[in-house]
Write a protein that binds this ligand. Sequence first.
Ligand SMILES: Nc1ncnc2c1ncn2[C@@H]1O[C@H](COP(=O)(O)OP(=O)(O)OP(=O)(O)O)[C@@H](O)[C@H]1O
Length: 263
Amino acid sequence: MTGFVELRDVRLTYGGKADGTLALDGLSMSVKKGEFAAVVGPSGCGKSTLMKLATGLINPQSGTVEVANKEVSGPVSIAGMAFQNPSMLPWRTTLENVMLPLEIVQPHRSRLKSEKKAYIEKAESLLELVGLKGFGDKFPWQLSGGMQQRANLCRALVHDPALLMLDEPFGALDAFTREELWQVMRDLHGEKQFTVVLVTHDLREAVYLADRVFVMSARPGKMINERHVEFARPRPIDLTYEAAFNDIVHELRGQIADARAAA
Ligand SMILES: Nc1ncnc2c1ncn2[C@@H]1O[C@H](COP(=O)(O)OP(=O)(O)OP(=O)(O)O)[C@@H](O)[C@H]1O
């Protein structure tokens, strides 16, 4: 069975052939529908490049990229995305920022005018789900960094994407806020069952959230390991202080240290 996100033997070079940067070479990865996948690896190994390929922002020189059994050749509309910098539009309220994808992605775009009330209710219920009830009419600059990132997750999810691509979304937050947002993410995934690919440098984050952690080599990046994480869901945050959890974090840390040393 093919995965929901399927990369096969992908090679990607930035710039010209002679003086370009080979970012990925021989990278294969298969993420099942509904699965929460995390991608970790040495700095600069090509994690963000992988995200750009899977969302169709760039195309590989060789190999194939498929999402939902379709070859990706342009931006993937069934994907929601969130990055480290929430980049909310400062002249729009939080609610208006959250609703932005509805103005772009079909079929919502055509329906937005006639079904505006229902869409507003949907955006507000997402804000409530992430703990931002009542903040919809505030501007982004009136929110803390953690609140902006919560709103950013709502914006990534408002058009009910089947696939959520997260590139270091919690990287800039303090440790407490980060753990809070891990739990928000856990609950959103538990409720909505979308497929997730999360790129992170934080191995605790990867092990806490993911069903499977993919480990990349140093650049040019390819997958060197897949670690299943079989803790029952929903996972309490205290799990992250248990020995069995830390054993997996240590194991992954060792693999990344080896990958760095081999570079
Ligand atoms: N637009 C670009 N043009 C040229 N080279 C690029 C471009 N984007 C990335 N690269 C190079 O490709 C390689 C992989 O970059 P990428 O951002 O995918 O790595 P990463 O694993 O996400 O990095 P980090 O861990 O630091 O976030 C790096 O050597 C980077 O310098």
